[in-house]
Design a protein around this ligand. Sequence first.
Ligand SMILES: [Zn+2]
Length: 236
Amino acid sequence: MIAPLLAAGAAVGTVGWGAYDPRSPLFGPVLAHGPREQRLLYLTFDDGPRPSATEPILETLESARIPAAFFLVGAAVRRHPPTARRVAAAGHEIGNHTRTHRKLHRLGPRGIRAEMVGGHQDLMEVTGEIPRTFRAPHGYRNPFVGRLARRLRYSTVAWTFGVWDSDRPPAEEIRRRVRARLQPGAIILLHDGDGRDPDGSDPRGDRSATAAALPGIIADARDAGYEFQPLTDLLP
Ligand SMILES: [Zn+2]
């Protein structure tokens, strides 16, 4: 009787790993890294739009001529339509990051559908673009998430590293953390909004320190011989 018990334990462990590891391929393919042999980087911003951070980030990206991907929360898109449209109009990739940023791994099919299809509609109706990429809040997924992502024809995107900028360290600290972790092919996770505050009413959701860190992050990366490329280069 010991063997079946061990097997059951292993199965539970595997599903747990799939749910919590943003890079796990268990619930469908996930993009977490670009080519490791070239000094290329891919910038991604989650949880926006939130004008206090998104707008200065767009200005920095424009003056540095750098593409990025923004994984937008539907509720924030509906609250800040001009900023959402500006992100799209600048040519950055617009990805679905659900409607209200609920953790999907504990939801059933109906809840997951409301979050993923709801976010898809919010983005489409406000920006006029059909999102092609999806990033689960915190990277948490389950089999329903994988199935629906396939049906919506999404490429599911994770990240190579984040720097906990959501904890609101000072801009210099955010910059230092990114510099310390730069590596060829990295998909970098930063935040221009707050997933716990999709309506944008809580001042703790302000990510202007991330926006203030961005020019230094770009300068450090370029000094180290890196180039920023569009995430869409990595899509199938
Ligand atoms: Zn998020």
